[in-house]
Design a protein around this ligand. Structure first.
Ligand SMILES: *Cc1c(COP(=O)(O)O)cnc(C)c1O
Length: 366
């Protein structure tokens, strides 16, 4: 039983919202993931009862028993999507239905109760309405929504929980990179992988991130910005970054992106770019691409650009790649590429309502 997908939300507006002057000061330079809004959503699940008790209320700390299952066995999943301020002061969501679908798939992989997709989307709408004053309007700014779900049973036995707590919090964010994304340098992880066949690589779960932190730390220690992972079996095929998918742009404008196959997170930005590329008549092959080929193509000039993509930073140009044993190569001139910039602009314009939306990706909330 998954419960009623048409639950009514009880809305309890915060009795002590942040004063407007303080909020405006924070929104001037929000950064990423550090400014939080006045409200949150909670919905509970209990086996036999299904989903119930949907609420919007003031953002506040959780109280939980130290034996709460999530604290021990990491049965947790999350999502990340943005609400945008429209030109006329309204608000819109971008492909929230796709996040709902992926959240459901992640829940199934982690043996958690799947949240009805319509309830997921409605929870996002509810929070955006409650926190409408927190949507920053500047270029690249948005209200970042973080839906997530934890196993909330109080039990130390190793089995799927029978109680879950779903929540949505929101964070006002500025442009991830001010004035367009600068190129980043990647470190190719050799000792560590992100996900293996049969594992949880295709699920958006906190555990995958926990496993990526040590290699990310290694990348930083090597003077790089981000880590890029190879496949676990041959240590040869490019998979993705810790939290972004990757595209390779060839000299004829065609692109390659690694195929989804269980070890790669099916990014909604990735999927949107596949569609936008097809709209523009660009060929994209979802095909394995090796680290050796990447280096050879960068050297010969057959490869022109490489970029990473995800909701938070949209498109991030990759200028240089380094790794063990002196691996070091530059892509193009090391700076942001033209096609990367054009695709970024095409996607962002749809998200912000500045261009037609032929695929019905944008939902107006108010
Ligand atoms: C969230 C995520 C992405 C990007 O997905 P989007 O839907 O485009 O934001 C890519 N890789 C990993 C590992 C992720 O967790």
């Amino acid at each position: 039983m998954t419960g009623d997908s048409s639950l009514t939300f009880a809305v309890e507006t915060s009795a002590a919202p942040m004063p407007a002057s303080e909020r405006s000061a924070l929104l001037e330079n929000p950064g990423f993931g550090r400014i939080f809004t006045d409200h949150m959503v909670t919905i509970r699940y209990k086996e036999g009862q299904g989903w119930h008790d949907a609420r919007v209320h003031s953002r506040r700390p959780l109280e939980m028993d130290p034996a709460c299952a999530v604290l021990h066995y990491a049965q947790e999943i999350f999502e990340g999507l943005k609400a945008y301020r429209t030109q006329d002061g309204g608000a819109s969501l971008f492909r929230a239905d796709a996040n709902a679908r992926r959240f459901r798939a992640s829940a199934e992989r982690l043996a958690m109760a799947p949240l009805p997709e319509e309830l997921f989307v409605e929870s996002c709408r509810q929070l955006v309405k409650a926190d409408r004053d927190w949507i920053p309007g500047g270029e690249g700014a948005a209200l970042y929504l973080r839906p997530f779900m934890i196993a909330s049973s109080v039990f130390l036995g190793v089995k799927p929980a029978d109680e879950y707590l779903y929540m949505v919090i929101a964070s006002s964010v500025g442009a991830y990179f001010k004035g367009g994304a600068p190129s980043v340098t990647l470190w190719v992880s050799e000792h560590y992988n992100r996900a293996g066949p049969g594992g949880t690589g295709a699920a958006k779960c906190g555990g995958n991130y926990a496993a990526s932190l040590l290699p990310q730390k290694e990348a930083i220690a090597e003077g790089c910005d981000q880590v890029i992972f190879l496949d676990t079996i041959e240590q040869k095929w490019i998979e993705e970054l810790g939290g972004m998918n990757v595209f390779f742009v060839m000299d004829d404008g065609s692109m390659i992106t690694p195929p989804l196959g269980g070890t790669i997170l099916p990014g909604i930005t990735r999927d949107s770019l596949l569609t936008l590329a097809a709209d523009r008549g660009l060929t994209v092959r979802e095909e394995r691409y090796s680290i050796d080929q990447w280096q050879a193509d960068a050297k010969s000039g057959r490869l022109r650009e490489t970029f990473a993509c995800g909701t938070a930073a949209v498109l991030t140009p990759i200028g240089r790649v380094r790794g063990r044993d002196g691996l070091d190569f530059t892509i193009g001139n090391g700076g942001p590429g033209m096609q990367t910039e054009q695709l970024r602009a095409a996607l962002v314009d749809i998200q912000r309502g500045l261009a037609p939306d032929p695929h019905n990706w944008v939902e107006r909330i108010f």
